[in-house]
Structures are given as C-alpha cells and as structure tokens.
Design a protein around this ligand. Sequence first.
Ligand code: WT7
Length: 651
Amino acid sequence: MHIVLDELKEVLPFESMVHPSIGNLRTLHALSLESPDRFWGEIANELYWSEKSGPVLRPTDVPPFGKWFEGWKTNISYNCLDRHLNTWRRNKVAYYWETESGESRTITYQQLSDMVNRIASGLKELGVRKGDRVTIYLPMVPELPASMLAVARLGAIHSVIFAGFTSQSLVDRLVDSQSRVLITADVAYRRGKKIGLKQIVDEALERTPFVRHVVVLNREGSSGTDAGKRNIPFSELMHMGKGRVSPEFVEGTHPSYILYTSGTTGKPKGATHSTGGYMLWTYYTQKVVFTVRDEEVYWCTADIGWVTGHSYIVYGPLLNGVTSILYEGAPDYPQPDRWWEMVERYGVNVFYTSPTSIRMFMKFGEQWPKMHDLSSIRILGTVGEPINPEAWKWYHAHIGAEKAVIVDTWWQTETGGIMISPQPGNHLVPLKPGSATLPIPGVDAEVVDEDGQPAKQGQKGFLVIKRPWPGQFMTLWGDDDRFRTVYFTKYPGMYYAGDYAVKDADGYFWILGRADEVLKVAGHRIGTVEIEDSLISHPAVAESAVIGRNDQVKMQVPVAFVVLRPGNTPSENLRSELLNHVKKTIGPIAVPDQLYFVERLPKTRSGKIMRRVIGAVVEERPIGDVTTLEDTTSVDEARRAYNELKNAMKS
Ligand code: WT7
C-alpha cells in the first residue's frame, strides 16, 4: 500500500510489551464506555454550561446512534474566552502571531475577547443570527480565529475555507452552505509572494449572488473589484455595533461549524460538528495528549483552514487557556531553519506537525535543527498520515533530542478530535515508532475484516468505531443520506473510517492509509474525482482518471491520465494549461505531479475505469500485483490494459 506497510515488516511480528500503564488505561477506557454519563459528565463540569438537563449521551436508533448534551446549553466562545477573564489568565498570551516577513502581534485573552466581541457585534448588525452560516476565507491572521469565535458567539455556524483553495472550491462550498456573509482578506503572503485572495473571491462572487456582505481585511489597502456595495472593510465591521455582545447559549447539539472535506465523489462533504460534544472533545484531548502547562508555549503548525487547526489551534488550546503560536508562512522560508529558529526564540515546549513536514526536514538535513537550541521541547506530535518509523526516529532524535515523547495522533475531520494516540497526561504507554498506540477513553475502535468481524492479530483490515463518542460529527450538511451511506452502511451500527489498519498483540493500532479513492497529499485530503472533474471541465478534455502515486516526502501525489476531445493534440502547452486549470479551479494542492495524454483509459467491459491497473503501471509494479480486480475484470483483460497503458506512456 504505502511506504509504511513495507517498513512495518521490520517491526513485525509484533512483540508483546506488557506495561502497567496499559492496565490503567484499559480500566479508564472501560469506565468511559460503560458509564459515559458519569465519565464525560465529570469532565464537562470543568467547562461552563448555562443549563444542564437530561443525560450526557442519549442513544438513538439512527446514525450516528447518539446525541451528546442534547438538553444542555453552552457557548463555545464563552468557554474559550470569558471563562478565563475572571482569572489571572486574562492577561495571559493567547497567541503570538508572526508572519514570514517578521511582522508580529502578541494577543492576550482579554485582547482576543475584545476583538471577538467587536466582530460579533458587527456581524450582528449585518443580520447574522443563531443558525446562520458565515463563510470565512482568510490566511493565518489573528482575525481568522477571532472571526470563528465571533460567529460561534452569536450561535451562528462558521464554514472556514482553506485559503489555498481557489474559486471553484469556494463557489461549491458557498452554494452548499448558503452563506450570506463572507469574511476574507485582500491578500495572503507566502514565500515572499502575494496571493490575491480577493481576486479569487470576486470570481466566485460572480456565481454566488446570494452572498450579501463581503467583509474584507485590507492588508494592502485595496479591496478588489467586486461591485463595491457588497464590500465592507474589516476595520469598519469592528466599529459597527455596540462592541460587546452577550453570548448566545445554544443546545449541545446545535451545529458549531461546517468543515468541507473530500470524499469519493466530486462534491465535497460538509462535516457538521456539534457544540457541546465537540467542545468537550477538543478540551479533553488537548489536555491529555498535549498536557501544555500554564508557563509553556505550544505550536501546532497546521493551517486553521483544516480540521487540525480548528481543533488544535483554535478550540482545544483556547478552552485550556494555552499560549499558542500562530504563524503565517512557509516552514522553510527564507531558509530551512525557519521553524527551528522560532522554536528556540519562543521556547516552544509542545510542537505538533505532519509527517510530510518531518520528511521534508529530513531531506534538508539535520544541520538545520542543529543550529538551534531545541531543548525546551517536551512533546512532539504528528498527524494527518501514517508516519514511517524512519521519520519517527529522525523526529525523536533531531527535534526531540531522544527525550521528547512522540504522540502520533490518528483522527479525521469527521471525528472532531484525536481518537487514537499516546496520552502523556493520563497513562503513557510504551511507544512503538509508526503506531498511534491505543484508543483514548470513549473511543471503541476496532479493526475488522470484510465481514465486520474483528481481524486477526497482525492482519490488515478496516478501521471502525463501534459506538458514539462526544466529538463525532452529527451529519453532512444538508445530506443526511450521504452521511448514512458513506459512514454507516458498510458495517451496520458502526462508523466506517475509510482507513486500513492492523492491530498487534498488545492491541496497538497501526494505521496504514486510506481504503477509498481519497488521496493524502502532504497530509491534505483530496478526492481523485474532484481532480478528474476539474480536468473534464476544460474544453479540451474528454475523459480523465486520477490516481495517487507514492512519494517519499508527501506520501502521495496525484497523477492524471487524460483523453483529449477530437480536434485537440497533446502538447507541452496544453499540459501546462491543464495543470494550471486544476490550480485555478481547485487550488495548488490538487495539481497533478504528472499528466499523461492517452488514447483511451483502461476500463472493464462494463465501463468502469481500472484504477488498480493504472496504479500498477504508475508504480511500475507488475500486473501480478493487481490482486483484487473488480469481479467483472478478467486477468487477461487487465493484462492487456496494463500493457497498452504502459506503451502509451512510453510514446
Ligand atoms: C485521514 C483524515 C486529523 C487531522 C488531519 C487530517 C489520515 C490522520 C493519521 C495518523 C495515520 C492518519 C487517515 C485519516 N490520518 N492521522 N496519525 N496516522 N493516518 O484530517 O483530512 O480528515 O484526514 O488522515 O487516513 O482517515 P483529514
């Protein structure tokens, strides 16, 4: 499958490592599953609720099989901000913000609260009310978390779109959520360059007439070309209302946000999170996995546009009163010690990043981290894709000085927060490089075979979660059917995660990668069909097939096969035009690493594209490796298709 599976052979067969903390963790884990009301009820008491009536968990007959804090009321922005304002943390730093060029701001909890109140009060003037959707399309600026919290303060629902996405993605998401307010900026900065966000927004606005107000953070002093009436400068919004807004206390099951993620069709899925359960989950997991102390500095390098940023830059850290770094820029700009220089300067204690970044730094070489004193680091986290043991060891040795605890955290946009991970804050179990270790309390995870039976030890199967957990998403926005089909049909009664996994003799989980047609490119999730749809939307393209090829750094990169419409001829110009088309419609992360022009795509007699055949050709694997072909496909047919494609690629 992926890099990891091969390297796993070094650590297989799994030896048993019995350790006392495993016993303790199992006791805690069992308690959390048997008495969710008691277990989570107690933790919920550490947060503020304006009302607590009814059970913590009410089991239901339909997916996701449970409602958390249904009769309880709270406000997540109140818990992130106001709750700290009557304590000494009022003047504690919430964010150290810094850009590539060295611009910086220090924002305390009090200052963040003031900003959030001003934005909320402006949004209220614009008519934003409980349940309304507000789309936020901003780079990594303090106004991003502040806008999210402002929306949440009003009981409205935010939909943050990663600023690396471009116009078509923006249109799709705006249409799906029917947001009437959009918050954006004129530009984003990356690698010393300016990216014209407002220009992309203006293109999207031509196709989204229902958007009434566009709030623009003017960093360069210009607000773009869109019909001026819809534009409101951010600075004006901040002065529109009374400047203070009392929080809207909402039911635990009231949606807090929508975050779009890729699936196996061209239409992105709007994972919809709750307020109560999500709040509890990010609060709890941040606390037990990262254990950041009051005097410490925490840095999660993700972009807030992805779920990692939502849960572990915004909600988890703020709920826990943590001091975080917010960095707008590339990891290796102006040179490959940028992050390590910052770790030293801020004295970062807990650091959370992706395996792709680690592998990139491995390539640059250990001389870069060596230039800096990284001894403040106590915990190192990874997320987003499997970490190969080699990268794990490098991270531990060269960033963690062989002493830091590595927390390999498995979770998904859908799960809201960390599900399988070591827990330094509870009972730290022995670590095994490449394994996310054990499920945290509340998570009833299992690896099952095709029939839904627990897979044998050491045998590859599918990862499932067998009962509801507080952080679970409640549905896909506007599409309960797809929610049920995608996640709860393969194994009735269980949540199907879409990942391959193996469990070892100690019950440790080894996550092997996606089991569906979703790619993980540098930790980002992108559907092959989304890229195919983008290519097909170009007038020269008749058909296309996109697959993932293994990559030493990014884990996977997309590779595209394109059949042209009659009257078009393959050329270098057309190739770059098509690649640029993908960049313009979806965004740079979706751009294929390679694009081949072919006469036809390998298909079964029934017309289904044989992706495994394409995969075998691209990876230069013999056709013999193509074991589980679709039932309608004979091996002969596959072999012929394989050779044909191989020859086509040569020419
Ligand atoms: C997919 C979810 C969770 C935040 C970022 C990604 C993969 C995630 C791990 C890990 C192996 C991992 C899975 C999962 N994944 N963490 N520690 N080990 N694989 O969120 O974009 O929703 O992607 O990322 O394949 O299904 P996402």
